[in-house]
Design a protein around this ligand. Structure first.
Ligand SMILES: NC(=O)c1ccc[n+]([C@@H]2O[C@H](COP(=O)([O-])OP(=O)(O)OC[C@H]3O[C@@H](n4cnc5c(N)ncnc54)[C@H](OP(=O)(O)O)[C@@H]3O)[C@@H](O)[C@H]2O)c1
Length: 268
């Protein structure tokens, strides 16, 4: 895809937005934070014409969306509508949380969604608003070297405590932003529509926490608990592993390799 006029990144200071800005640094990047454009509002006047919109701005507080579903929808659904109004081809980022987690084998693109949470519902509505003409990238358990994410939280807690309680009955595919953005770049030469892009393999959150401590050399015990014990406001799918049925789908490296690369970047 010709990107000579550049790309526009929304949510540019989020963990995915930051990685996208790096990945596309060889072309002009219009990097917009919430301060530059609150996506609940129509696009500001004077934005340059670009070849592609990478729409990474989103309400990502899964539990908070249960209490404020309309605010979450304003960002996730309204924001996608506004991103579409820019008129350039669109990449929308969506989530494994559009599925209800009742399966025990990876969800593929044609599987029927049935979100359990308000967050999942807003993301599914956002997919509909983005339309068939967008690349809709469903990913899962995303983490990178900036922002608030599970890996960075575990690094902090693992340094402070002897033990952390982590749920061991939700299974998914941790996805490193650095690997996701490289796959998104490949996607631009492939047809639009829904694509599942996640780190290879799967684990539980407790297994991921244990891997973080092992890779980082932290002496912290993982106490394995159930989702019910933790009692978070938003229901989450027990099984949220994404697979692809599309023959050309870019393959991301195994999740443990993503973790190693992320930790190298954080610790260097
Ligand atoms: N994190 C995950 O595990 C995960 C999993 C699957 C899919 N996804 C999807 O991946 C995408 C990127 O998520 P992420 O993990 O990078 O999230 P993130 O780090 O929370 O970044 C989201 C960004 O959106 C911005 N934002 C929020 N409300 C906004 C508004 N009204 N106007 C403009 N910007 C706004 C945030 O700005 P502030 O910092 O100022 O709030 C932040 O920069 C999202 O579509 C998300 O649904 C994430």
């Amino acid at each position: 895809m010709d990107l000579s006029r550049g790309v526009l990144v929304t949510g540019a200071d989020g963990q995915l937005g930051a990685a996208l800005c790096e990945e596309f640094a060889d072309v002009p990047v219009v990097a917009l934070t919430r301060a530059d454009w609150d996506v609940t509002m129509p696009p500001p006047a004077g934005l340059p014409d670009v070849d592609l919109v990478l729409h990474a701005a989103a309400w990502t507080d899964v539990d908070g969306a249960e209490a404020s579903p309309q605010d979450a929808a304003a960002v996730n659904v309204g924001g996608t509508q506004h991103a579409r109004e820019l008129g350039a081809p669109l990449v929308l980022f969506s989530t494994d949380y559009v599925f209800d987690g009742s399966r025990r084998e990876p969800y593929v693109e044609s599987d029927g969604p049935n979100p359990l949470s308000a967050y999942g519902r807003t993301k599914l509505q956002a997919e509909a608003v983005a339309g068939d003409d967008a690349w809709i990238v469903r990913t899962s358990w995303l983490y990178g070297w900036t922002g608030t994410n599970f890996v960075r939280t575990m690094l902090r807690l693992g340094a402070e405590r002897d033990e952390v309680a982590v749920v061991d009955d939700q299974r998914g595919s941790p996805t490193y932003t650095g690997h996701l953005v490289a796959a998104v770049r490949q996607l631009l030469d492939l047809p639009r529509g829904i694509w599942h892009l996640s780190g290879g393999g799967d684990c539980t959150w407790a297994e991921l926490a244990a891997a973080v401590f092992e890779e980082a050399g932290l002496d912290c015990h993982v106490r394995r608990v159930t989702t019910a014990e933790l009692g978070r406001p938003a229901p989450r799918p027990a099984y949220a592993v994404l697979g692809s049925e599309r023959p050309d789908a870019p393959n991301l490296p195994p999740w443990r390799q993503g973790l190693q690369e992320c930790l190298e970047r954080i610790c260097r």
